[in-house]
Design a protein around this ligand. Sequence first.
Ligand code: SF4
Length: 110
Amino acid sequence: MKDNFSKSRRRVLKTSLVAVAGAAGLGSAVFPSRLRADDLPQVSEDDPTAKALEYVHDASTSETRTDSNAFCNNCLYYKGSKSDAWARCDLLPGKLVNGNGWCNVWTKKG
Ligand code: SF4
């Protein structure tokens, strides 16, 4: 029962964050940012959104990650190349995530 509730809450959070990220993406299309990725700060693991996503800089340290091949740098929402150490993420606007990081919204890049 508790597991179902947790999964349901996680699904709602995931959907909400994707919706917010989509809105943020639309906003940046309408109001293009002049900030380059180099100008952005690295996200802190203590950032409230990062915490909600269970984001970690080093995917191997996650206690909830189940796919050992899941990293930010092969996630649909990662805006860098596979070789970038840090890059933007649609779900953490205005911050950079580590290419070797992970969060619970990870979605395999197609
Ligand atoms: Fe962003 Fe994907 Fe990394 Fe999560 S796993 S922080 S959604 S790039």
